[in-house]
Design a protein around this ligand. Sequence first.
Ligand code: AMP
Length: 197
Amino acid sequence: MAEPAFSVCVYCGSRPGENPAFAEAATAVGTWIGRHGGQLVYGGGRSGLMGTVAEATRQAGGRVVGVIPQALVDKELANRACDELHIVQTMHERKAMMAERSDAFIALPGGIGTFEELFEVWTWRQLGYHDKPLGLLNVAGYYDGLMGFLNQSVASGFMGEWQMGLLHASADAEGLLRTLVQSAGPDHAPVPLRDVI
Ligand code: AMP
């Protein structure tokens, strides 16, 4: 297989969620990555939306890199069909490797694991630990409440508009992926993330 054109890190639920639109969006994201010759970097599981995005990427001809901590291999059903499956010792190693291997990040609907991953990579961006673009795929209004709260944080003086501006939020999977991949520069990580976290 040729070198992937780009790598997108996808954070998403280890469960499928109630609305079928969530899995449809995960399929659309994986399909887009695969069709455009890209590589998926993700949490390495077969459960929930994680499994859906990985399978869609693979079926569309994309490369799949999974990174999973040893302790979650059974719980999240480690995906042995990955082109690369990295079994690491800690959650910190997982997140650092996922960040290093990616050109851009996108969060789909998910739970607290997804929130934590998105917020961490967003805080790393605001601190200048990397300069890779970040997106939030707001499927079926799932993140409307979060967006409202984040805007309240800006209005209350705890966040600047520029910080909000670092997060591209959209309901359109393909448009968001295009924006993220096009805004990813050639040299994304000025500091190796492993050295700063
Ligand atoms: P969830 O959104 O809670 O379904 O979790 C989605 C993914 O995030 C799963 O692969 C979880 O293992 C992962 N996750 C859970 N907790 C954390 C954490 N503290 N840091 C990073 N990832 C996490």
